[in-house]
Design a protein around this ligand. Structure first.
Ligand SMILES: Cc1cc2nc3c(=O)[nH]c(=O)nc-3n(C[C@H](O)[C@H](O)[C@H](O)COP(=O)(O)OP(=O)(O)OC[C@H]3O[C@@H](n4cnc5c(N)ncnc54)[C@H](O)[C@@H]3O)c2cc1C
Length: 397
């Protein structure tokens, strides 16, 4: 059986690995000309961590991951106003937590793929021709990739979703924030933040930094905006939003690269009425984006990939043959079970993210003060569980 996966991000690469292991012939189409080298830090824990363990990739995850000591909020003069120990956070998830740069996680998944998986960069999917017995995915250069199943693992602004379901504005829930991330060189800033995730203790917007192993600094910014429209010049927009925050912020802004090297997007979730249509199915942010406010999108993308592969194997066996693919009811059963297993988890995480938004970036001084008090109390037994529970949600699979 032949699967074409659109998107070599976290979901697409994890799925390629799992489907190949289940006996599928797999092609992955990626629009970027080469693997991504820049990005942002991801806290990786929960169901995706467990899947990487099953894949035997924990040693690589630990080698490339970071042991952040604490999340600290600093005022405009750099004084600590509140903090949360990562060790405590790690305890709550049985130590199964690492922080890792998104390109490093993608590299681990990519390197784990056997050579028989066809990974095609510079291959932007532009068209889908869908029939009852097959699906054709066409890329911008005119190449047609024929498959038994096409999987859209192409992120929150998915092309596969648009071609099959229509315009994203019907499914994208804007959460009222813009976010940005970039990487820069500044030894003084790096020394200032040490091994912490250091954030501004500010209302309406916040900028945080991590020190990277290669001597650079990864910056991450998020701010309220009632307007979802992205600015024409992200660099100028960042200067305008954050310039008065003090502490290390002027240096982070001064080192901000040109627009095409900055990650800049809305903070949003995807809410689709159903995740598959015939021989096309979605995985990862394309159908289940929870947003960075949930802090688990990557983990859930991996978990979704594993669940989809498991359900396909349950329905079609470990050496799926093309005649089984000809029976659309078997595929339909697998795809329905995949959605039934994942959807409640996603709904829960999306709610957690929306509820937590006022804590994540407080709109008013009152909420900022309340957050300081809550974090000061986090050292007390019981309160720590409540805080981490509120952060990670009820269900862990
Ligand atoms: C600032 C920030 C911080 C975050 N922090 C965390 C965190 O702490 N923990 C966590 O678990 N998650 C976090 N997330 C969420 C996480 O990054 C996403 O949930 C995850 O990357 C989703 O993976 P994906 O593979 O579904 O999509 P993506 O990573 O978006 O990958 C999609 C891929 O598809 C490709 N593509 C798109 N269109 C096409 C096309 N037409 N043809 C071919 N290829 C195409 C893209 O180039 C890309 O490579 C964060 C997100 C942000 C923005």
């Amino acid at each position: 059986m032949k699967a074409v996966i659109c998107g070599a991000g976290i979901a697409g690469l994890a799925l390629a690995h799992r489907l190949d292991a289940a006996g599928w012939s797999v092609t992955v189409l990626e629009q970027a000309a080469a693997p991504r080298t820049e990005g942002y830090m991801i806290d990786f824990f929960g169901p995706g961590y467990d899947v990487l363990d099953r894949m035997g990739l924990l040693p690589q995850l630990q080698e490339h991951g970071y042991r952040v000591q604490a999340l600290t909020y600093r005022d405009e003069r750099g004084r600590r106003r509140a903090s949360l120990s990562y060790a405590r956070f790690a305890e709550m998830v049985d130590g199964r937590l690492t922080s890792i740069m998104r390109p490093d996680l993608e590299r681990i998944l990519r390197h784990a793929l056997p050579e028989r998986v066809a990974l095609r960069f510079d291959s932007r999917l532009t068209r889908i021709d869908h029939r009852s017995d097959r699906v054709d995915a066409t890329t911008a250069d005119g190449t047609v990739h024929r498959a038994d199943l096409l999987i859209g693992a192409d992120g929150i602004h998915s092309t596969v979703r648009r071609l099959v379901y229509g315009d994203e504005r019907h499914f994208l829930r804007y959460l009222g924030f813009h976010t940005a991330a970039w990487v820069f060189d500044d030894p003084a800033v790096r020394a200032e933040i040490g091994d912490e995730f250091a954030l501004t203790d500010s209302t309406r917007r916040q900028l945080g930094c991590y020190a990277l192993r290669d001597g650079r600094v990864a910056a991450f910014a998020v701010h309220h905006s009632s307007d979802p429209t992205l600015p024409a010049d992200p660099r100028a927009a960042l200067h305008q939003e954050y310039a008065d925050l003090g502490w290390i912020v002027p240096q982070a802004l001064a080192a901000c690269p040109p627009a095409d090297e900055i990650y800049y997007d809305q903070v949003a979730q995807i809410d689709l009425p159903y995740w598959n249509h015939g021989r096309v199915v979605l995985v990862g942010d394309a159908c289940q984006a929870v947003s960075l406010l949930a802090g688990q999108g990557a983990s859930l993308a991996v978990a979704g990939a594993q669940t989809l592969a498991d359900e396909l194997t349950r329905a079609l066996g470990t050496t799926p043959d093309p005649t089984a693919a000809a029976d659309p009811t078997l595929l339909a059963t697998a795809l329905r079970r995949y959605e039934t297993a994942m959807r409640p988890v996603i709904t829960d995480k999306q709610q957690v993210a929306r509820r937590g938004a006022r804590w994540f970036v407080p709109q008013r001084q009152w909420w900022l003060r309340a957050r300081r008090v809550a974090l000061a109390a986090a050292g007390l037994p019981g309160v720590d569980r409540m805080i981490v529970g509120a952060m990670v949600g009820r269900s862990r699979t």
